[in-house]
Design a protein around this ligand. Structure first.
Ligand code: HEC
Length: 595
C-alpha cells in the first residue's frame, strides 16, 4: 500500500475511532487483571493521573505501541502516575490475554472486561487508543494516540509529537493540556450488544430479570434478611436499579470474592457473564416493566426452620448461643462466646447448623471447640481442638459428607465467633446451633485444621504486604473447604498446593478480600491431595490510607485478635483416604499422575 493510500485510509477509519469525550466523567468499576489481581478504579484516587491503553490480542498497532507505553509507565511511576491496559475484546479472555502478555512481555496490568459492560459504557471503538483520567474528578483529560509515530502500515523512527507525554506533564505541573484529543489507530472492537442496544428495551423483566434476582439476591434481599432492602416487587428493583448496576460494575454484589479461574465452588454466589449483561443492559435500557407476571411479588420466600432437617429430621441437640444486644448503629467488634458443651457425652457429629436469631444483623459465625486457657498471656482464649460448621447467609449444606463426621468430646468448650453489623434498629440476637449425631461412629473422621502465622509484621503505609504460612498434609486426603481470614487491612489471599513432585496449583485465589464476608469456600467435588503435599496460604494487606477500612496507616501492625490488629489465619477441612481408597486412587500410578 502506498503511503498516500494508507494515510487516506487512516483518516477515514480514525474519524470514528473514539467515543469517549474529553471532560466526560468515568464511573467506577472493578476488573480482574491478567495475573489474577483485582483493581477498583476509584481506589487509585491518590494517583496524579490514571492512564489507560486499550489493548487487544493480535492487533499489530497495539503490539507496536506497548513498548513506548511501558517506557512512559516506568518514567512516571515515581511521580505517582498509574498505568493500566484495558481489554474489552469479545474474543479475548484472561487466559488468552495472559498468554499474549507473556509472549510480548507486557508488565503493565491488563484489566480484562470479559462481559464488555465497561468497554461499552466507555464507548470504546478501537484498541490502541489511550485515555487519561484525573483522579480528583474522574474526568477524561486526554484521549487519542500516544504520539504520531504510528500509522497503518507505516512506522516512523521517531515521533515528532508526544501527545500522551505532554498531557501527563501538563497534569503534573497543573497546566492546561494543549492537545486534549487526537485521532488514534487500532483494531475495531466488536461490541455486539452495542449495535443491538435498541433491543435491550425488550429484555423481559418477568422472564429474564426477576429469575436472576430470585436465584442470586433474594436469599439475602428479602424481608428480615441481611440485605438492606427486600426485593419484593418490580417497583423496588426499578428504584434500586442504578445502585444494582453500580454494585455489579464494582463487583460488590453478589458478595463473592473468589477468582473464577481457580476452583469450582459449591457455594459460588457469583453471577455468570450472561446474567451480568442481562441485568446491566436491562437497567441501561431504563429497567422497563414489560409484560408478564412479577415473580418477586408472587413467590413466597420462607426460611426453613433448619436447612439440614429436610434430609436428617429435627436436630438431636440444640445449643443456645448467649444473647447479644446489637445497637442500631456503630461497629460491633467480633464477639467470642464460650459455651461448655452441654451434650453430656462424647458424640460423632453428622451435621451442625447455626440458626440466626436475627438474620438482618448476623453476618457470620465461625465455631470451634477445645480447652479454655486458664493462665498466661492467652488466658480466656481457646486452645483449639477442632471446628464445627459455621454460618454465613446463603449457605445451604451444613451436613458433613456421607459417613463422615467430627468427634466432639463431652468435656470441651465450644467457641462461637459472631460478626454482627448494625442495621439502623436496635435488636437482640438469640442464635442457636442444632447438632445432628451418628448412632455409630462414621467410617471417616473429618479433620479441621487452622493455618496461622503469628509472626506477621505489616509495615506502616504498605499497600501490598504479603506473608505466608504452610502446612504439610501427611497422608492422601480429600479436601472439602478452604477459608482465609484477615482483618480490616486484609486485601487478598491465596491457597496454593505444592505437590510432592514440585509442581504447584492455585486452589483458591481471593484477589479482593473483604473482612465483612467470611466465606468458607466449599469445593463442588472434594479435591484429592496426595500425601506430602504442602498447602501454602498467603495473605496480602493494605496498610495504606487508600484502604478505607484501615483504622491507622501510620503504625506497624502485628498479630492480634482485635480487628485493628491483624491475622494470617485460615481453616482447612479434609479427611484422610483409607488405605484401600488410596490404593484405588493411585493404582500403579506415580504421585504426580495420581491427581
Ligand atoms: C449473601 C447475602 C447477599 C446476597 C446474595 C446479595 N446481597 Fe446485596 N447486600 C447484602 C448486604 C449485607 C448489603 C449491605 C452492604 C454490604 O454489607 O456490603 C447489600 C447491599 C446491596 C446493595 C447496595 C445497597 C446500598 O444502597 O448500599 C445493592 C444495590 C445490592 N446489595 C444488590 C444486590 C443484588 C443485585 C444481588 C444479586 C445479584 C445481591 N445484592 C445479592 C447482602 C447480599
Amino acid at each position: 500500500m502506498t503511503r498516500i493510500l494508507s494515510f487516506v485510509l487512516a483518516m477515514s477509519m480514525a474519524a470514528s475511532a473514539w467515543g469517549l469525550k474529553v471532560d466526560e466523567r468515568v464511573e467506577n468499576f472493578r476488573l480482574f487483571d491478567h495475573q489474577g489481581g483485582s483493581h477498583e478504579l476509584y481506589y487509585y484516587d491518590d494517583a496524579k493521573a490514571v492512564v489507560f491503553m486499550v489493548q487487544g490480542n493480535g492487533c499489530p498497532i497495539v503490539r507496536n505501541a506497548v513498548p513506548r507505553f511501558t517506557e512512559l509507565s516506568e518514567e512516571y511511576a515515581e511521580q505517582g502516575v498509574q498505568f493500566f491496559m484495558l481489554n474489552s475484546n469479545l474474543q479475548d479472555n484472561r487466559v488468552s490475554v495472559a498468554k499474549e502478555a507473556a509472549t510480548y512481555r507486557y508488565d503493565i496490568p491488563i484489566l480484562v472486561d470479559e462481559t464488555q459492560i465497561i468497554g461499552e459504557s466507555l464507548d470504546l471503538v478501537r484498541t490502541g487508543a489511550v485515555f487519561v483520567l484525573d483522579p480528583k474528578t474522574w474526568k477524561v483529560t486526554y484521549t487519542g494516540a500516544i504520539d504520531d509515530r504510528l500509522d497503518y502500515e507505516v512506522q516512523r523512527k521517531e515521533a515528532s509529537n508526544h501527545y500522551l507525554k505532554d498531557a501527563i506533564d501538563s497534569m503534573l505541573t497543573g497546566q492546561a493540556i494543549a492537545v486534549a484529543s487526537t485521532e488514534s489507530l487500532g483494531c475495531l472492537i466488536n461490541f455486539p450488544s452495542k449495535t443491538a442496544r435498541a433491543e435491550h428495551a425488550n429484555i423481559s423483566y418477568s422472564e429474564d430479570v426477576a429469575p436472576i434476582l430470585m436465584d442470586n439476591c433474594v436469599s439475602c434481599h428479602r424481608e428480615g434478611g441481611i440485605g438492606p432492602f427486600a426485593m419484593t416487587d418490580y417497583n423496588v428493583v426499578r428504584g434500586f436499579s442504578l445502585m444494582i448496576r453500580e454494585v455489579i460494575r464494582t463487583k460488590r454484589m453478589p458478595p463473592w470474592h473468589a477468582d473464577p479461574l481457580h476452583g469450582d465452588w459449591g457455594n459460588d454466589r457469583s453471577l455468570s457473564s450472561e446474567e451480568i449483561q442481562t441485568l446491566v443492559h436491562w437497567i441501561e435500557a431504563g429497567a422497563p416493566r414489560g409484560e408478564g407476571e412479577d415473580l418477586l411479588a408472587t413467590s413466597e420466600v420462607v426460611y426453613p426452620e433448619w436447612v439440614a432437617a429436610e434430609e436428617l429430621g429435627e436436630p438431636d441437640y440444640i445449643i443456645d448461643i448467649p444473647a447479644m444486644e446489637i445497637p442500631a448503629t456503630g461497629v460491633v467488634d467480633y464477639q467470642y462466646h464460650h459455651v461448655r458443651n452441654p451434650i453430656g457425652k462424647d458424640v460423632w457429629v453428622r451435621a451442625a447448623e447455626i440458626m440466626p436469631g436475627d438474620r438482618a444483623v448476623l453476618h457470620h459465625t465461625i465455631t470451634a471447640f477445645g480447652d479454655e486457657i486458664t493462665e498466661g498471656k492467652y488466658k480466656g482464649r481457646l486452645k483449639y481442638k477442632g471446628g464445627l460448621r459455621g454460618y454465613a447467609p446463603g449457605l445451604t449444606n451444613q451436613a458433613y459428607p456421607q459417613d463422615t463426621g467430627t468427634f466432639l468430646p463431652a468435656d470441651t468448650t465450644i467457641e462461637f465467633q459472631m460478626h454482627y453489623t448494625p442495621v439502623g434498629r436496635a435488636t437482640v440476637d438469640e442464635s442457636k446451633m442444632g447438632v445432628w449425631v451418628y448412632d455409630e461412629p462414621p467410617h471417616h473422621h473429618i479433620i479441621s485444621r487452622f493455618m496461622a502465622n503469628n509472626k506477621i509484621r505489616i509495615p506502616p503505609h504498605a499497600k501490598n504486604h504479603a506473608e505466608s504460612v504452610e502446612q504439610v498434609i501427611p497422608k492422601d486426603a480429600l479436601l472439602y473447604n478452604l477459608m482465609a481470614h484477615a482483618h480490616y487491612r486484609g486485601k487478598a489471599a491465596k491457597f496454593v498446593a505444592r505437590y510432592p513432585d514440585g509442581t504447584e496449583e492455585v486452589l483458591l485465589n481471593i484477589p479482593n478480600y473483604d473482612f465483612n464476608w467470611q466465606t468458607d469456600y466449599e469445593f463442588k467435588e472434594p479435591k484429592f491431595i496426595p500425601a506430602g503435599t504442602t498447602l501454602i496460604q498467603t495473605n496480602w494487606w493494605d496498610n495504606s490510607a487508600q484502604n478505607a477500612a484501615n483504622p491507622d496507616p501510620t503504625i506497624e501492625v502485628t498479630w492480634g485478635e482485635q480487628s485493628w490488629e491483624e491475622m494470617l489465619f485460615g481453616a482447612i477441612l479434609y479427611r484422610f483416604l483409607t488405605d484401600e481408597e488410596s490404593a484405588a486412587k493411585r493404582g500403579n500410578q506415580d504421585l504426580a499422575s495420581a491427581r
